[in-house]
Write a protein that binds this ligand. Structure first.
Ligand SMILES: Nc1ncnc2c1ncn2[C@@H]1O[C@H](COP(=O)(O)OP(=O)(O)OP(=O)(O)O)[C@@H](O)[C@H]1O
Ligand SMILES: [Mg+2]
Length: 319
């Protein structure tokens, strides 16, 4: 097997807050291959966004990040190297696109900046390339939109501009945090097809964070299920389609999705809520919601089962 593009082992993240330490991520191990599309699913608050911030080196001062090992293309991904790669090899589409755009610069110019700074495009050709990038994400009338400021565009349009910018620099890895939320179904498909085609053609690796399990099933090669700051299961998309899941949480998550249009937001089928991440937590953070739990689920370390080569399950009593 080829070495992964991104490799993380033993990542823990805490936030120091006035009301205590939030144990946002614990024991995160993950590999991402070149050209692979890895879905990240889990309820709101499970740690999907903070995981991407940790990788991108975008955590604030309250964060206490500890990593045993994190490499990108074989190089250690520390604060210095990640700052160098951000916006070039490493690109991100943020969950709230409007806040990530410069409010006082025309969107066309913002895309040009990315193209000229990080890409092979000379300034005299940048305008045409920026307009082409806008057209690629199906922004109507891109010549006119080039001159728009972010406040003149709808949320969905800003999202498409962000996607165009993230792809313009031809990244090796794209982290897309809910990239298509707020887009209509047709545009969502266009944007996702575009991301997939680029992943295939240029061997771009993608981390796709989504609430939409159907979307994950359609576009991802592998899916990683997060619960309360833990990765509880990773499985190839074929196992997910076949319902071959072994962690009680992911089993519920996917089994409770009867229609392709359902998203995590609509699911009422998972009892209980995420535990409070401040204070003492049991080894298995799902045990308070789990009907298979036994007292020793509180004791760590939890075993990691491997039903097959690309399938891992963090559970003492898997299904
Ligand atoms: N700056 C911070 N200070 C303290 N706690 C934080 C901070 N940022 C995130 N958290 C906590 O970390 C946990 C994970 O948050 P995160 O935003 O990653 O969730 P998420 O899975 O992306 O949720 P959503 O689906 O709603 O986007 C939450 O409990 C959140 O309250
Ligand atoms: Mg988030």
């Amino acid at each position: 097997m080829r070495p992964p593009l991104l490799s993380i082992s033993g990542l823990d993240l805490d936030f120091r807050t006035r009301s205590g330490t939030v144990k946002a991520l614990e024991g995160i191990d993950l590999d991402l291959a070149r050209g692979e599309i890895l879905g990240i699913v889990g309820e709101s608050g499970s740690g999907k966004s903070v995981l991407s911030f940790a990788i991108m080196g975008l955590l604030d001062g309250a964060a206490d990040l500890r990593v045993a090992n994190m490499t990108f293309g074989g190089m250690s991904l520390d604060a210095g190297t990640v700052a160098e790669m951000r916006g070039r090899e490493l690109s991100m589409i943020f969950q709230s696109p409007r806040t990530a755009l410069n409010p006082i610069r025309k969107i066309g110019r913002q895309i040009e900046d990315v193209l000229v700074r990080h890409g092979p495009v000379p300034r005299r050709k940048a305008r045409a390339a920026a307009i082409a990038a806008l057209a690629q994400v199906r922004i109507p009338d891109p010549e006119r939109r080039y001159d728009a400021y972010p406040f003149e565009l709808s949320g969905g349009m800003c999202q498409r501009v962000m996607i165009a910018m993230a792809l313009a620099c031809n990244p090796t890895m794209l982290i897309a945090d809910e990239p298509t939320t707020g887009l209509d179904v047709t545009t969502q498909a266009v944007v996702m097809d575009l991301i997939r085609d680029i992943a295939r053609d240029r061997q771009m690796s993608v981390m796709l964070i989504t609430h939409d399990l159907a979307l994950a099933g359609e576009y991802c090669d592998r899916v990683l299920v997060m619960h309360a700051g833990h990765i509880v299961e990773t499985a190839g998309v074929a196992d997910i389609a076949a319902g071959d899941l072994h962690h009680p949480y992911s089993q519920r998550l996917f089994a409770a999705t009867p229609a392709s249009s359902d998203s995590l937001d609509d699911l009422a089928a998972i009892p209980g809520t995420l535990p409070d991440l401040r204070g003492t937590l049991p080894a298995c953070r799902y045990m308070g919601r789990c009907d298979r739990a036994r007292p020793d689920c509180a004791e760590g370390p939890l075993p990691c089962h491997r039903p097959s080569a690309d399938h891992t399950v963090l559970c003492r009593y898997p299904l």
